[in-house]
Structures are given as structure tokens and as C-alpha cells.
Write a protein that binds this ligand. Structure first.
Ligand code: GLY
Length: 365
């Protein structure tokens, strides 16, 4: 049993499948999309031993050969030089225009594989098989691909939609709790940005979801994908409302870049804390009731996500400079702010002073 969510983008439309056992069924689901009887599977050294065999068995059963490429795990893999190495390895396997890549892993594997797919032979198709909650509810859907640059996160990339997304809930069973909680931040995001009733559902069901309840996981992943599909269907290339998906991300990307993309702060953890700060900033600017910001922070803390910065040297000027360089920025500082829970909007030219005060209040100097 799986739930199917459609992403409606005309000729580039595709289905997202959410359910159990989808890696095993991947070959059968992908077969109608393939132009040749082989795929190029890109995964990482952590995910490969956990999940690659199930996916490969499904492809073998459908008569499709798999060429496996294993990348180093972690955000440090999302670089221009790793992208070059990946493209070299793919070219050595003599791909054709009709070849298809399959990204099996979390956001890092999905982002770099998608970017490689958009560049290889001027663009080949790819399939997303996300194995983390974060990738299932956000990064595997919507066609954003990227690698990081020293100047900032995701600054080199393309829009290249996958042909199919397989969100296998079984993959979440092997996810460390910290990563599950980090991915959950992106689930909460959909409630906070545009759906107060979904945020209430999150408050009521987060504990069950994190403890392993399949029904709660299926609902959270499917609802998140529906919300994202709606937004991407209306604004694929982020001319307007897609930027709402960046709630919390102006803060988050600056913290991650300043921290060097290491393990001290996972992307989802930075987003969870960044959303608290986006609501605090909205309160500070007189836009949002303080009770809503307090409720957001309570929920983020309740699921075990950080509500403060990890130990380290956090420099206000550096963080502000990074925020000014965010992809959404148009010269000044751009944030996704909120009038309340479920009512976010894009704010350009936000004054630096309240942001500076907020950063000082969380220990930056
Ligand atoms: N993760 C934000 C977006 O896909 O637009």
C-alpha cells in the first residue's frame, strides 16, 4: 500500500510514492520511464550497506542492470570537486542521453546526483529514492539540485526535476534519532508556513512519529509532499511563493556555513532553530503575536531539536554578511517572516539592527 502524490508541471510532471517496501518495488515503478535496461545508482558509503541491495534486487527482478557508484557520506561531499569526480565516474561507464541516474540516500546524495544529471550529456533523467526524513519531505521533491561553495550553501546548482520519487518509509527505520528529529523540522515547516491545522497535527503526533509509528510517518511525509507539490507546481523556479519553503533558512544557512557544514549542526537542526528565530524576528518587528513564537519554540524544544547555537565562535558581522549573500537576497536582508502560525510571507530589505540584536541575544558577538 502506498500513497501517490502528483507534482503537476506539465511535461515535467511526476509522481511521488509514499509507503513501505518501495525500494523493492523501485524497479517495477521505474521500468516504464527507462530508455535502456540499466540505471546508474548513486549512493553513499553509509546508505549503500543498509538499502542498496533491496533497490538493486527490485531492478534485477525487472530485468534492469545497476551500475553502483558510492560517494563519501556527509555534507562535505556536496562540493564542486566531488561533483567533478562523480561526473568522471559516470562518463567512464559510457552513459547515453537516455540513461537514468538513481539517487539513493539523503539530501546530499539527492542534491549532487540531481546536479550531475542536469549536466551529464547536457541533461539526463534521474529518480530520487530518499532514505532520510529530510529528503523525503523536502529535498528530493521539487527539482532543486546543488553543491555548496565556500561562499555559501547550495550556491552552485540547477532546477532539474526528477522523473519519480520513492519515499520508502522502511528506510526511516535505520535512521539515527538525531537525523530523524532534524528531518522532522522540515515537516513542521509546512505547518508553520501555511497550514495552522497541520502544525496542530504535528504538536499532537510528533512523539508517535519520532517513536516509529508508521501511520504518523506516512501522514507526515504525504502531507509534506502534497504541500511542497502545490507550491512547486505554482512556482517551480522560485519567482515568488516557493521562497516560503525557506522559512528559517536564512538563519540556518548562515549558521551552517559559519560552522563549516560539519556535524556540530545538522541542516534540519539549523532549520528548526532558524524557524524559532524567524518567528522571534517577526515578533520583534511587530508582525506576529509573541504567543505564536513561544509555541513554535516549545514544539521545537519538545522534539529534542536545539533552540540555541552549539559551542563556538559566532561572529555577528560574519553571520550578517552570509545572510546578505543568501540566494533570496536582493541587495539587503531577506527573510521569511510570519504574521502568525500558518501565515508566512517573504520580506525583503529587513533592517539589520533587529537581526543584530537577535544574534547578540543568542550568544553571537
Ligand atoms: N527546499 C526548498 C525548496 O525546495 O524550494
Amino acid at each position: 500500500m502506498s500513497i501517490t502524490v502528483g507534482v503537476d508541471l506539465g511535461a515535467r510532471s511526476y509522481d511521488i510514492h509514499v509507503g513501505r517496501g518501495l525500494l523493492e518495488r523501485g524497479g517495477a515503478l521505474a521500468a516504464p520511464l527507462l530508455g535502456e535496461k540499466r540505471v546508474f545508482l548513486v549512493t553513499d558509503e553509509v546508505v549503500a550497506p543498509l538499502h542498496a541491495a533491496r533497490l538493486e534486487a527490485g531492478f534485477a527482478a525487472a530485468g534492469i542492470a545497476v551500475n553502483r557508484i558510492v560517494l563519501p557520506a556527509g555534507e562535505q561531499t556536496k562540493t564542486w570537486s566531488e561533483l567533478g569526480r562523480l561526473l568522471d565516474r559516470l562518463l567512464d561507464l559510457r552513459p547515453e542521453r537516455r540513461s537514468v541516474l538513481v539517487a539513493l540516500g539523503g539530501g546530499v546524495v539527492g542534491d549532487i546526483t540531481g546536479l550531475a544529471a542536469s549536466l551529464l550529456l547536457r541533461g539526463v533523467d534521474f529518480i530520487q529514492a530518499p532514505t532520510t526524513l529530510l529528503a523525503q519531505v523536502d529535498s528530493a521533491v521539487g527539482g532543486k539540485t546543488a553543491v555548496d561553495a565556500p561562499q555559501g550553501k547550495n550556491l552552485i546548482g540547477s532546477f532539474h526535476q526528477p522523473r519519480l520519487v520513492l519515499c520508502d518509509l522502511d528506510a526511516l527505520a535505520t535512521l539515527p534519532h538525531r537525523e530523524l528529529a532534524a528531518g522532522y523540522a522540515e515537516v513542521v515547516k509546512y505547518g508553520l508556513l501555511g497550514d495552522a491545522a497541520f502544525f496542530e497535527w504535528c504538536e499532537a503526533h510528533a512523539a508517535a512519529l519520532l517513536a516509529g509509528d508508521d501511520g504518523a510517518r506516512a501522514h507526515a511525509v504525504a502531507e509534506s509532499c502534497r504541500a511542497k507539490a502545490r507550491i512547486v507546481g505554482a512556482d517551480e523556479r522560485e519567482a515568488g511563493q516557493r521562497a516560503l519553503l525557506n522559512l528559517g533558512h536564512t538563519f540556518a544557512h548562515a549558521f551552517e556555513t559559519a560552522a563549516g557544514y560539519g556535524d556540530a549542526l545538522l541542516h534540519g537542526e539549523a532549520v528548526g532553530f532558524g524557524m524559532c528565530l524567524a518567528f522571534d524576528l517577526s515578533v520583534e518587528l511587530g508582525l506576529c503575536p509573541p504567543e505564536d513564537a513561544a509555541r513554535v519554540r516549545r514544539h521545537v524544544a519538545a522534539v529534542g531539536l536545539p533552540t540555541g547555537l552549539p559551542q563556538g565562535e559566532w561572529r555577528i558581522d560574519r553571520l550578517l554578511a552570509l545572510m546578505a549573500q543568501d540566494k533570496k537576497a536582493r541587495g539587503g536582508l531577506t527573510f521569511i517572516l510570519a504574521r502568525g502560525i500558518g501565515d508566512a510571507f517573504v520580506a525583503h530589505d529587513v533592517p539589520a539592527e533587529p537581526v543584530r540584536r537577535l544574534l547578540a541575544a543568542i550568544g553571537a558577538s
